[in-house]
Ligand binder design. Structure first.
Ligand SMILES: Cc1cc2nc3c(=O)[nH]c(=O)nc-3n(C[C@H](O)[C@H](O)[C@H](O)COP(=O)(O)O)c2cc1C
Length: 355
């Protein structure tokens, strides 16, 4: 049996295998509410055999959206709307997850395409917020968050977690990667604060730790909590793998169960040489340094490559994004190639790959 198709239990939640759907923005929500698209998109990944399906970056407050068409979970009606999606994911034997997010200085942009569902930002968008008034490239500079605003934001993450529970999600992931708000606090490139939320690593990681505590307080003991980090800004003077390990280690006592290791996204000057599995060494570093389970992501496309990463003990699970867009039934095919028997949807049994 491959390692890819062995279950992984975190707290009391068992993912039936280690092929997981990485969070992927769909820019297809209306007022933060999911549509049929989300049910079909996430549902097809669950039907396709993924062990864990993590919903896209979901904003904890409206101004935390990247675009007006982003998913949200700032009001109770949204939680109710996700329920049929989590129900469907569970009906397929997969586990559902949600990534809680605030885009910070990378918010208030527009949908990447202009189809019939294009949503023009009202009044040209909104004032973004950040750790410090440092702009992303030539985008408008964010407004520096005050201590009171930070407190309200921490509470918003807590309230969003309460709603995620009501929606039926089994895993929560805090988005502290890809240059979004929590990453902006972590990185010295974007955090120039002189108060308790800036300066040394204690200061720069304070918001993430407070958010983690607020989330954990609302999240039941039997359900796993993940944090997604960009392990490197890929730029001198930026956030580093060593700092990632340090903060990951601190998060153990704050109830975090797995670190999802990605990289980049903070600064346009970064030069990233993306080759197959290029982020796996970061995952390994965080795994070895923190003692926590980790997931690896980024240009992982073949079943053998995915399984080998686990056999090498570089990671405990594999997240796939673009490969699953190309082929949502990738896990079923991968199991066949690796010689594993996995359950198929009964409706699809007649199409099962045979040895
Ligand atoms: C369409 C799309 C949307 C994405 N949205 C998110 C997101 O909401 N949150 C996030 O952390 N990463 C997001 N990502 C990054 C993926 O989760 C993943 O880390 C990245 O695509 C690398 O994996 P891959 O090589 O398997 O695609 C997105 C990627 C794609 C292709």
């Amino acid at each position: 049996m491959s390692r890819l198709f062995t279950p992984l239990t975190l707290r009391d939640t068992t993912m039936p295998n280690r092929v997981w759907v990485a969070p992927m923005c769909q820019y297809s929500s209306v007022d933060g509410y999911p549509k049929d698209w989300h049910l079909v998109h996430l549902g097809s990944m669950a039907r396709g055999g993924a062990g864990l399906v993590i919903q896209e970056a979901t904003a904890v407050v409206p101004e935390g959206r990247i675009t007006p068409a982003d998913a949200g979970i700032w009001e109770d009606g949204q939680a109710a709307a996700y329920q049929r999606i989590t129900d469907f994911i569970h009906s397929q034997g997969a586990v559902s997850g949600i990534q809680l997010s605030h885009a910070g200085r990378k918010a208030s942009t527009t949908q990447p395409w202009r189809g019939h569902d294009y949503v023009e930002p009202a009044d040209g968008g909104w004032q973004t917020v950040g750790a410090s008034p440092v702009a992303f490239g030539d985008w408008p500079a964010p407004k520096e968050l005050s201590a009171d605003e930070i407190l309200r934001l921490v509470q918003a993450f807590g309230a969003a977690t309460r709603r995620a529970l009501a929606a039926g999600f089994k895993v929560v992931e805090i988005h502290a990667a890809h240059g979004y708000l929590l990453h902006q606090f972590l990185s010295p490139i974007t955090n120039h604060r002189t108060d308790e939320y800036g300066g040394d690593l204690d200061g720069r990681s304070r918001l993430l730790i407070q958010v983690t505590d607020a989330v954990r307080e609302q999240w039941p003991h039997d359900r796993p909590l993940f944090v997604r980090f960009s392990a490197s800004d890929w730029i001198d003077g930026g956030w580093t793998p060593e700092e990632t390990v340090d903060v990951a280690r601190r998060l153990v006592s704050h109830g975090v169960d797995l670190i999802d290791v990605t990289s980049g996204g903070l600064d346009l000057r970064a030069r990233i040489e993306a080759e197959p599995g290029y982020q796996v060494p970061f995952a390994r570093t965080v795994r070895e340094g923190s003692g926590l389970p980790v997931s690896a992501v980024g240009l992982i496309t073949s079943p053998e490559q995915a399984d080998q990463i686990l056999v090498d003990r570089s990671a405990d699970a594999i997240m796939l994004a673009r490969e699953l867009l190309r082929n949502p039934t990738w896990p079923l095919r991968a199991a066949h190639i690796l010689g594993d028997e996995v359950p198929w949807p009964q409706q699809y049994e007649r199409g099962r790959w045979r040895h």
